[in-house]
Design a protein around this ligand. Structure first.
Ligand code: C2E
Ligand code: MG
Ligand code: MG
Length: 398
């Protein structure tokens, strides 16, 4: 294996080279200047199978070097060696992966021979994962057609109370049952619908079906609160609360059975119409949930301005929070704030047992995520729900 080590400190270069030799790697080239390494790779992009890269360098820094690697289509592995804050190193590797480079790991300085050995002896990953799913956006006319033909379907993802394991609600997530493309996810058509004035119709369709389903569950003796995602555009019609109220009445469920989830960054404190609508929705006892909390889309100012009664912590902070101190800090702060404001807390992105146990211990009230169940059609949900009730004791220590 040909290894290239880049570090502006000669001492660090000597140390790593010696450690590599001890481990049996003798084909090691070192560079004090990243620019020299770029030149080497420009002559022959296969001059290295693996690069150990320092991030902090005075002339060309590691991030700049990564950009060159991407330009040269470097196909080998990349290891970051850095004395920097873990977050910086993590961001660097996210960036490198976004450039389709193969990041093999991170080593903190001074390099520890054991860490180095573990990294170098780990099997090289197989062929690269296929590129992310083809992202096809649909035209407004196609989306209109889908709505007219009744091709939009609601899937429901359970929301479970951590303390008891009881399913307290579901989130409604729209899908498009496309005749030839299969099941199309909302990111491929909801944004387009918002931009082309189709979102009112879409929301009304999704909402009406979700309320009919809520009524079915109620009639079957298991009342479940149904959450529906609303777009900011929905809050630009002053009669939106009246529309919601009549839809709920038509379905024959209580106002408290419906929660509207809102994700929006554009809402300013001076958007009086939206504030008017939000306030009247709460006066009518509909639930109002701030979705994706912690991302750029949901901010603290909105918590103060809008009478939310539920806060959903974004999955980006929830999954793996037990291993990520920055994510954990955000989760804990969000939970603390929600408690002080009297909001129900929901954690999105409960993907594994560690997430479940961790958020439960932190006192979050409700969980949602793949570990509990994926979003599914209503009839599958009913089957799942029976199974969940039978097996849930394993998750709830007495
Ligand atoms: P959201 O409201 O934040 O919904 C949660 C998303 O996370 C869903 O993606 C869900 O499938 C996914 N998810 C659930 N559990 C997990 C987990 O454990 N790990 C991970 N990584 N993901 C999980 P989906 O269904 O693709 O929806 C994406 C977004 O589309 C939603 O995000 C929501 O903003 C929007 N959306 C969905 N349905 C509607 C709708 O009827 N109207 C509007 N306006 N927007 C909708
Ligand atoms: Mg949502
Ligand atoms: Mg969300």
């Amino acid at each position: 294996m040909k290894i290239l080590v880049i570090d502006d400190e000669p001492f660090a270069l000597r140390l790593v080279t010696r450690q590599l030799q001890t481990l049996g790697f003798t084909d090691v080239t070192t560079h004090e200047h990243a620019t020299d390494a770029v030149r080497t790779l420009e002559r022959d992009a296969a001059a290295a199978d693996l690069i150990l890269l320092d991030l902090q360098m005075p002339e060309m820094d590691g991030i700049e070097f990564v950009r060159h690697l991407a330009r040269l289509g470097f196909a080998g592995g990349l290891v970051f060696v850095s004395g920097e804050d873990q977050r910086i190193v993590r961001t660097a590797s996210t960036l490198a992966r976004a450039y389709a480079l193969e990041v093999r790991g991170l080593i903190s300085k001074p390099a520890d021979p054991e860490q180095l050995r573990a990294l170098l002896e780990a099997p090289a990953p197989g062929p690269k994962a296929p590129p992310a799913r083809q992202f096809k956006l649909y035209a407004p006319r196609e989306i209109e057609g889908a709505m007219s033909r009744g091709e939009l379907v609601n899937h429901y993802q359970p929301q479970v109370e951590f303390a008891s394991g009881t399913v307290v609600g579901v989130e409604t997530l729209v899908r498009w049952n496309h005749p030839t493309d299969g099941l199309v996810l909302p990111e491929q058509f909801v944004g387009v619908a918002e931009e082309h004035g189709l979102i009112h119709r879409l929301t009304r369709l999704v909402l009406a079906e979700a309320l009919r389903q809520a009524r079915r569950w109620q009639d079957e003796g298991s009342p479940i609160v149904v959450a529906v995602n609303a777009s900011m555009e929905n809050f630009s019609a002053l009669d939106f609360p009246e529309f919601i109220e009549s839809a709920v009445r038509a379905a024959g469920v209580a106002n408290r059975q419906l929660v509207l989830e809102v994700t929006e960054s554009r809402l300013a404190g001076d958007d009086l119409m939206a504030l008017d609508i939000f306030t009247r929705l709460r006066l009518k006892h509909f639930g109002l949930s701030i979705d994706d909390f912690g991302t750029g889309h949901s901010s603290l100012a909105q918590l103060r301005n809008i009478p939310f009664d539920e806060l959903k912590i974004d999955q980006g902070f929830v999954h793996g929070a037990d291993r990520d101190p920055s994510a954990l800090a955000i989760v804990e702060a969000s939970l603390g704030m929600a408690r002080q404001l009297g909001l129900t807390t929901v954690a999105e992105g409960i993907e594994d047992y560690a997430d479940w146990r961790h958020l439960r211990r932190l006192g979050c009230e409700v969980g949602q995520g793949f570990f509990i169940a994926r979003p599914m059609p209503a009839d599958t949900f009913d089957v799942w729900h029976r199974g969940w009730r039978q097996h849930l004791h394993a998750l709830i220590p007495t």
